[in-house]
Ligand binder design. Structure first.
Ligand SMILES: [Zn+2]
Length: 264
């Protein structure tokens, strides 16, 4: 299997799509209108993967591995063509083949044990997740998610989306994802978190003021049985989403590693 260097999705031509359409007997008929949103294609007949080569972020590594997953997971043989967009490339996707391709991509990218070993050396910080993204060539989103899910510390992550044209005095960012580490769930349980956030939430203020990165947040959460949990939070905004990495204020981790991130 190889990545097609000639058919770059960022400058894809209609003739290419027409050809695919013809050869897949119209399976992608409704595609053209949404073409700009397609991030990756797997086409079994040619054993080819198409990704957006203009995408300079590490996201394309994940996309390529996702498409590879469609190609090599044996029980997906019946799938002749996959067209992937933001939602099929999300870890929240419910469609079985898409989820499998995402899990394949994540496991391959992060090389399970190696990721865990690296994680153990690093301090409890959002910067650790970002450093792991650089090291493993993944997006910040994917690495931060994995960082939280694999952490032995009690911690969690809120991913924020912008609400387009929010009403005055109403929430202006929404909850995209929420992850917890196992020890957080065991010790504290799930938090009571709304679907959208306005000014009363410190991290929503960070979002409103377009803050980029800080490790100085303090916040009170309530869990679903009504206990108050005093937490610290670290905040990072990558111009698409904001990431709020939180952990109980008394959570400690010993690490001698100091993280210096360049070009953030
Ligand atoms: Zn897919």
């Amino acid at each position: 299997m190889k990545i097609d260097q000639g058919n770059d999705l960022s400058k894809i031509e209609e003739s290419f799509i027409d050809n695919l359409k013809y050869r897949t007997k119209g399976q992608i008929q409704n595609l053209l209108s949404g073409l700009s949103k397609i991030k990756g294609i797997f086409f079994r007949e040619d054993n080819l993967i198409y990704v957006d080569l203009k995408d300079k972020t590490n996201r394309k590594n994940f996309v390529a591995l996702h498409e590879l997953g469609h190609g090599i997971l044996p029980w997906q043989n019946e799938l002749s063509l996959a067209l992937d967009n933001k939602s099929s490339l999300s870890m929240d996707v419910e469609e079985q083949f898409e989820l499998e391709a995402n899990l394949f991509a994540s496991a391959t990218l992060f090389q399970h044990e190696r990721f865990n070993r690296e994680l153990e050396k690093l301090p409890l910080s959002i910067k650790s997740g970002m450093a792991l993204a650089k090291k493993f060539g993944s997006s910040n989103h994917a690495a931060l998610r994995n960082y939280v899910l694999k952490s032995r510390n009690r911690c969690g992550m809120i991913v924020l989306d912008k609400i387009p044209e929010p009403k005055w005095n109403k929430p202006f960012c929404s909850l995209r994802n929420l992850f917890y580490s196992n020890s957080f769930l065991q010790d504290i349980g799930e938090l009571s978190i709304p679907e959208a956030f306005g000014y009363k939430w410190g991290f929503a203020q960070d979002f409103k003021h377009k803050r980029r990165l800080h490790e100085a947040g303090e916040i009170e959460f309530t869990n679903i049985v009504g206990d108050t949990i005093n937490c610290k939070y670290h905040y990072f905004f990558n111009y698409y989403n904001a990431f709020v990495f939180f952990f109980p204020a008394d959570e400690k981790k010993k690490s001698k590693t100091k993280i210096i991130l360049k070009n953030v």
